[in-house]
Design a protein. Structure first.
Length: 289
């Protein structure tokens, strides 16, 4: 897939969607044929809230959408070393508003957006999908306040949800973290994201939990998680899927638990699994095959 990012391909890199931080940049890709307007996959990288990049290998599955008639917008956002929760959510929403504000110029369909990410990116995709109407988790001063940040579908690959339950759930699966690597530790990715040890901030943890924001009109959501994930326990995905079913209806959530799969890896990017993901996106965004 390296030819996708050659100089003669259809893409623009490092577009600024806001001006508060150098991290507020996105890369935009278009299908090699057609004039649009194209439905949009908003690709959100993972990296434990403290690393990763919009142009690393995590974007490759999303770029498969180019051959299927999707544009892809790959985001960077402020990481925990720069800003604490909810800055990353503010950034992702600002990027989506910017894309809508510029949809005509970039041949995008503003009515057909999906958020897709893995791990921390999966978490952020869920938060974007569930909090579009929550002004307490938005910063309109970042730009395009007249636009909506709503997405029409969400793909969550093994994203965390309830930070305080992660260690116990991993232990339940026989995957307890090594000493010093616990999620409940003061220097864990989750504690660094919130700017305080999570064990001393249960109200803040609840505010950061996507389950808190599930509502009846939640966007259709596909959740996939490996049953042998040693970093984010699969029970996290079971929990939010159950909450979505109870509140939004079984037709709005699909949960796939992948036997033997870990935290990402080959099982997620097989041709068969990607076909399943794109069938979900096609169903809800009505993209041309």
């Amino acid at each position: 897939m390296t030819d996708i990012v050659t100089p003669d391909s259809r893409h623009l890199f490092d577009l600024a969607y806001a001006t508060l931080s150098p991290a507020q940049r996105l890369d935009l890709y278009w299908p090699s044929e057609g004039s649009g307007p194209f439905p949009v996959i908003v690709s959100i990288h993972g990296g434990a809230f403290l690393g990763g990049d919009k142009r690393d290998d995590q974007v490759r599955p999303m770029l498969e959408g180019l051959a299927r008639g999707y544009a892809v917008a790959s985001l960077n956002y402020r990481l925990s070393g720069e800003a604490h929760f909810p800055a990353l959510i503010h950034d992702a929403k600002a990027a989506i508003r910017w894309l809508r504000a510029n949809s005509a110029a970039y041949r995008l369909d503003p009515t057909r957006f999906a958020a897709w990410g893995g791990s921390a990116g999966g978490y952020l995709a869920l938060m974007v999908g569930l909090t579009a109407n929550r002004p307490d988790l938005d910063d309109l001063s970042l730009g395009a306040p007249e636009e909506t940040c709503a997405v029409q579908a969400v793909v969550d690959w093994f994203g965390p949800t309830d930070f305080l339950e992660m260690d116990a759930q991993l232990a339940e699966s026989g995957l307890a973290p090594a000493p010093g690597d616990e999620h409940n530790g003061p220097r864990s990715p989750e504690s660094l994201l919130l700017g305080t040890p999570i064990t001393g901030a249960p109200e803040l943890v609840a505010r950061a939990n996507p389950e808190t924001y599930v509502y009846p009109a939640a966007p259709p959501t596909l959740i996939q998680h490996g049953l042998r994930d040693p970093i984010v326990p699969h029970q996290q995905s079971i929990g939010i899927a159950e909450t979505l079913r109870a509140t939004a209806g079984a037709e709005r959530v699909t949960l796939d638990l992948l036997p033997g799969a870990g935290h990402g890896g080959p099982a997620f990017v097989t041709a068969e699994n990607l076909e399943r993901v794109f069938a979900f996106l096609d169903q809800h965004l009505k993209a041309s095959p």
